[in-house]
Design a protein around this ligand. Structure first.
Ligand SMILES: Nc1ncnc2c1ncn2[C@@H]1O[C@H](COP(=O)(O)OP(=O)(O)OP(=O)(O)O)[C@@H](O)[C@H]1O
Ligand SMILES: [Mg+2]
Length: 328
C-alpha cells in the first residue's frame, strides 16, 4: 500500500470512529515504513500508538460507573464483572456471522426508536459452536461495543445442593439485570441445561432448567442475556425457542484462517507469499488455536532478532497445537 492509501485508511477509520481499525491502519503504516528500511520512523509510529492506547485505558477506567456495578452481597459470589475493551472489529468473522452480530448492535443502539413502535431489540442470544471459536470473545465484544459491563455467571456458586437453592440464586441474577443494564453471560450454558454438578437429582436439574426458562421468558428488561454452549445437542429444544437469536460458530475456513494469521502478524514481516501450505496445515484447528500458534511464531521472530516470521516456525507451531488438540 502506498503512503497515500495508508493516510486514507487512517482518515476513514477516524471519521467512522472505528478506533481499532485506526490503530491497525497505523500499525500497517509502521510495517510499511519498516519494509522500506525506515526503522526509526516505524518505531516512532508504534510508540505513538502505544501511548495513545495507554492514555485511552486510563480515561476509560476513570469513567467506569464502578459504585453502581460492583455486585454486592450474595450477588458478588454469583457473577464476576469486567469492562471489556474488545470490539467487533477485533474479530475475524465470516460475513454472515458479522451481519448477525451487527444486527444485534444496531437494534441495541436504536432500541429507543424500536420501542416507540412497541418493538423490542434482540437481546437474548444463544451462541453455539466448538471450543475456541469465539463465543466468549463475542460476549466481550458486544459489551465493549455497547460500553456495558460484562457479568459472567459463576456456576460453582450458582448451583446449590438443596432444592430450590439454585432457582433463588438465579432469581437474584435476573433481578440484577433489571437494576443494572449490562451483558449477562452464561458461559458453558450446559452447566445449567444438563450437567449434574453438585446434585444427582434429575428432578432438581429439570427444575433448574425450568426456572431459567421461566426467568428468561418473563424478563422484560433491557440487559443483554447471552448463553454459550459447545453441545447444542445436549440442550433441551424448548430452550432454543426462548432466545431471540441462535448464533452458530464454526471452525474457520481458509479465508478466515488467512485473515486471522495476517491480522495477528500485522506489525511483522512475513516470509511467505503462498499461503496454501499454511492453510492446509491449519485446517481443522479452532480460531483460538490458530491465534496461539501465530503468536508462537511471532515470538520466535522477536527472539531470533530476525524480525521476520518464517513459514517453517509457523507451520511447526500449528502442528504442535494440532497434536495438543488431538491429545485432549
Ligand atoms: N473470530 C475470532 N477472531 C479473532 N480471534 C478469535 C476469534 N475467535 C477466537 N479468537 C481467539 O481465540 C480466543 C478464545 O476464543 P473464545 O474464548 O471466545 O472461544 P470460545 O468459543 O468461547 O471457546 P470455549 O467454548 O472453549 O469457551 C480469543 O481470546 C481470541 O484470541
Ligand atoms: Mg468460552
Amino acid at each position: 500500500m502506498s503512503t497515500a492509501r495508508h493516510i486514507l485508511a487512517l482518515l476513514r477509520s477516524h471519521v467512522e470512529g472505528e478506533e481499532q481499525q485506526f490503530y491497525s491502519a497505523a500499525l500497517q503504516m509502521a510495517a510499511h515504513e519498516a519494509r522500506l528500511g525506515h526503522g526509526k520512523l516505524a518505531q516512532e509510529i508504534r510508540e505513538l500508538i502505544d501511548q495513545a492506547k495507554a492514555r485511552k485505558s486510563v480515561i476509560a477506567r476513570k469513567s467506569d460507573p464502578i459504585p453502581l456495578v460492583q455486585p454486592k452481597g450474595d450477588l458478588a459470589n454469583l457473577v464476576s464483572v469486567r469492562y471489556p475493551d474488545t470490539r467487533l472489529s477485533d474479530m475475524i468473522l465470516p460475513s454472515e456471522l458479522a451481519v448477525r452480530l451487527k444486527r444485534v448492535l444496531t437494534e441495541q443502539r436504536q432500541g429507543k426508536r424500536l420501542r416507540e413502535h412497541s418493538l423490542t431489540p434482540r437481546r437474548k442470544l444463544l451462541l453455539v459452536g466448538p471450543p475456541g471459536s469465539g463465543k466468549t470473545m463475542t460476549a466481550a465484544a458486544l459489551a465493549g461495543e455497547l460500553q456495558l459491563p460484562l457479568f459472567t455467571t459463576l456456576y460453582d456458586s450458582l448451583i446449590g445442593k438443596y432444592m430450590g437453592e439454585t432457582a433463588s440464586r438465579l432469581k437474584l441474577i435476573f433481578e440484577a439485570m433489571i437494576m443494572t443494564k449490562g451483558v449477562y453471560f452464561f458461559d458453558e450454558f450446559d452447566a445449567i441445561g444438563t450437567q449434574r454438578q453438585n446434585t444427582n437429582d434429575v428432578g432438581e436439574i429439570r427444575r433448574i432448567l425450568n426456572s431459567f426458562l421461566m426467568f428468561l421468558e418473563n424478563d422484560q428488561g433491557d440487559s443483554l442475556i447471552i448463553a454459550a454452549t459447545n453441545h447444542p445437542n445436549l440442550l433441551d429444544k424448548a430452550l432454543f425457542r426462548r432466545f431471540d437469536d441462535v448464533i452458530k460458530y464454526k471452525l474457520p475456513n481458509s479465508d478466515i484462517i488467512r485473515e486471522l494469521i495476517k491480522t495477528r502478524l500485522i506489525s511483522f514481516e512475513i516470509e511467505w507469499k503462498d499461503w496454501s501450505q499454511i492453510i492446509e496445515k491449519a485446517t481443522g484447528l479452532a480460531q483460538a488455536e490458530i491465534v496461539r500458534a501465530t503468536d508462537e511464531a511471532a515470538k520466535q521472530a522477536v527472539l531470533s532478532n530476525s524480525g521476520k516470521v518464517s513459514q517453517k516456525s509457523l507451520i511447526s507451531a500449528i502442528m504442535e497445537r494440532k497434536e495438543m488438540s488431538l491429545d485432549e
